[in-house]
Design a protein around this ligand. Structure first.
Ligand code: S3P
Length: 438
C-alpha cells in the first residue's frame, strides 16, 4: 500500500506486534546514487529508498550523464564524467539532494540550473553557496534561494573553513566540491554531525584525513583531484523512519515490535538515546557492519515514559526526530524540554510551528519559542484534532502515530508527502496492527 494524497485518519486500535522493515536510509540513498554517478564504471546499490526525494536525485544523475537502471532491488549505476544538462535539475521537495548535488556539480566543473517545489524554493541555499563561492564557484541566485544557476568558471581552489552550524549537507557539499579543487581542503567541524559522506567516500576509494577525538570537534582534510572508484553499496534501513514505528509501539499499550536492519550510526542515534532517558523498554540486537556503516534490529515494547530535558548537544544527532519525539513526550508523564531547535524552522516546514499547532489541536499542553519546544505530558492524549501537515512528511507520520493511542481519532490534512521518505508507511503500520483509514 503506498502513501495516498488527501486526508488520513488514525484511530486507536489493538496492540502493535510483529516485525517490520523500513525503507533504505534517505541520507545514504542520495549519496550512493551521487557517488555511483561520479565513479567511472559500474556500481550496484541495493536497499535504496524508493521515495520521491531519492528518485529526484536519480533523475538528476541521469541528466548529468550517468546511466541508471533498476532490476528488482538492485540499482545499477554507470558513472563517468558529468556533462551540463540542457534543462534545470528539478529536486522537488529534496533539500539533501539539491544541496549535495550543488557541491558535486561544483567539483565536477559543469554548469547547472537547480530548482525545486515551493517548499524547497523557500529553504536557505546560501549556507552551501557561500563556502562554494569561497572555492571559486560562480552562482546566480535570489537572496540565497532557488532557482540557482552555477558554473565553475576557471576552476575551484581548496579552502580551509569552519562549519558555522552542524549541517551534514553543508559539510558534504564542501567535500564533494573539494574533489575537484586544487590542493587540500580542510573542514573544521566543531560539533559532529552525520558522517555518511566521509564513510562512503572511503568505500568509493577516496582517502580523507581526520584529526581530533570528537570531544572538541574534528578536522577533515581531503586532497583534491582524487577519483572515485566504483563500489557496491547495501543501504540499511532508515533510523529516522524506524523512529515512527518504534514510537507507535512505545505509546500503544501491550505492543512489542522489532524493526529490522536499521542503521545505528552513533551520529544518528540521539532520538533512541532520548527514549532511553525517558524510560523506554528497547533492545538493540544483532549488530553487524554493512558498507562502512553499523546496522542492527531494534525491539521496542510499550513503556511508561517520563518527561526529560533533552540535551542541546544532542540536536545534530536527532535533528529530524523532534516532531515524533514531541508526540512521544505527550504520552509521557511530566515535562519534556527541547532546546537548540532553530534549524527546525527551515526544514520541509517550520517544524516548531507545525508541531505546536498539531499538538495543541489534539489537546496537548505545548509551548514554543524561537528555538525551543516544551511539551507537558499527562500519560494520555485526548486527540480529535485536524492536523495541518504543511506538506511535511515527518509531521504527517508523527500525527498518524499520535492517533494510535489517543482517546479520539487524529486526522491529518494530507498524506501525499509521506512518499518522499517512507512510501509504504501506512502499509507498514497496518501490518503491525495499526488502524489508519485512507
Ligand atoms: C541530512 C542532513 C540533515 C537532515 C536531513 C538529511 C543529510 O540536514 O536534517 O534530513 O543527509 O545530510 P542538515 O545538514 O541541514 O542538518
Amino acid at each position: 500500500m503506498g502513501a495516498i494524497g488527501g486526508a488520513i485518519v488514525s484511530k486507536r486500535g489493538a496492540a502493535l506486534s510483529g516485525a517490520a522493515l523500513t525503507p533504505g536510509d534517505k541520507s545514504i540513498s542520495h549519496r550512493a546514487l551521487i557517488f555511483g554517478a561520479l565513479a567511472d564504471g559500474v556500481s550496484e546499490i541495493s536497499g535504496l529508498l524508493d521515495g520521491d526525494d531519492v528518485l529526484r536525485t536519480a533523475a538528476a544523475m541521469r541528466a548529468l550523464g550517468a546511466e541508471i537502471e533498476r532490476t528488482g532491488d538492485v540499482w545499477r549505476v554507470v558513472g563517468g564524467p558529468w556533462r551540463s544538462p540542457d534543462r534545470a535539475l528539478y529536486f522537488g521537495n529534496a533539500g539533501t539532494g539539491v544541496r549535495l548535488v550543488m557541491g558535486a556539480v561544483a567539483g565536477a566543473g559543469v554548469g547547472v540550473r537547480f530548482d525545486g517545489d515551493a517548499s524547497l524554493r523557500a529553504r536557505p541555499m546560501g549556507r552551501v553557496l557561500e563556502p562554494l563561492r569561497m572555492m571559486g564557484l560562480e552562482a546566480v541566485d535570489t537572496e540565497g534561494r532557488l532557482p540557482v544557476k552555477i558554473s565553475t568558471g576557471s576552476g575551484l581552489s581548496s579552502i580551509s573553513c569552519k562549519l558555522a552550524s552542524p549541517s551534514a549537507q553543508v559539510k558534504s557539499a564542501i567535500l564533494l566540491a573539494a574533489l575537484g579543487a586544487n590542493g587540500s581542503t580542510r573542514i573544521h567541524e566543531p560539533v559532529l554531525c552525520r558522517d555518511h559522506t566521509e564513510r562512503m567516500l572511503g568505500v568509493f576509494g577516496v582517502s580523507l584525513d581526520f584529526e581530533g577525538d570528537g570531544s572538541a570537534g574534528r578536522f577533515i582534510t581531503l586532497e583534491g583531484g582524487q577519483k572515485l572508484t566504483p563500489a557496491n553499496v547495501v543501504v540499511p534501513g532508515d533510523p529516522s523512519s524506524a523512529a515512527f514505528l518504534v514510537a507507535a509501539a512505545l505509546i500503544t499499550p501491550g505492543s512489542e515490535i522489532t524493526v529490522q536492519n536499521i542503521l545505528i550510526n552513533p551520529l544518528r542515534m540521539g532520538f533512541y538515546e532520548t527514549l532511553r532517558d525517558m524510560g523506554a523498554d528497547m533492545t538493540i540486537q544483532n549488530r553487524r557492519k554493512e558498507s562502512g556503516e553499523i546496522v542492527a534490529d531494534i525491539c521496542a515494547r510499550h513503556s511508561e515514559l517520563r518527561g526529560v530535558n533533552v540535551p542541546v548537544s544532542r540536536a545534530p544527532t536527532m535533528i529530524d526526530e523532534y516532531p515524533i519525539l514531541s508526540v512521544v513526550a505527550a504520552y509521557a508523564t511530566g515535562e519534556t524540554m527541547m532546546n537548540g531547535l532553530e534549524e527546525l524552522r527551515v526544514k520541509e516546514s517550520n517544524r516548531i510551528a507545525s508541531v505546536e499547532a498539531g499538538l495543541a489541536a489534539c489537546g496537548v499542553d505545548v509551548a514554543s519559542g524561537q528555538d525551543w519546544l516544551r511539551v507537558r505530558g499527562r500519560g494520555r492524549v485526548k486527540g480529535g484534532g485536524h492536523v495541518h501537515t504543511n506538506h511535511d512528511h515527518r509531521i504527517a507520520m508523527s500525527f498518524l502515530v499520535m492517533g494510535q493511542a489517543s482517546e479520539e481519532p487524529v486526522e491529518i490534512d494530507d498524506g501525499a508527502m509521506i512518499a518522499t521518505s517512507f512510501p509504504d508507511f501506512v502499509g507498514a503500520m497496518c501490518a503491525l496492527g495499526a488502524v489508519i483509514d485512507i
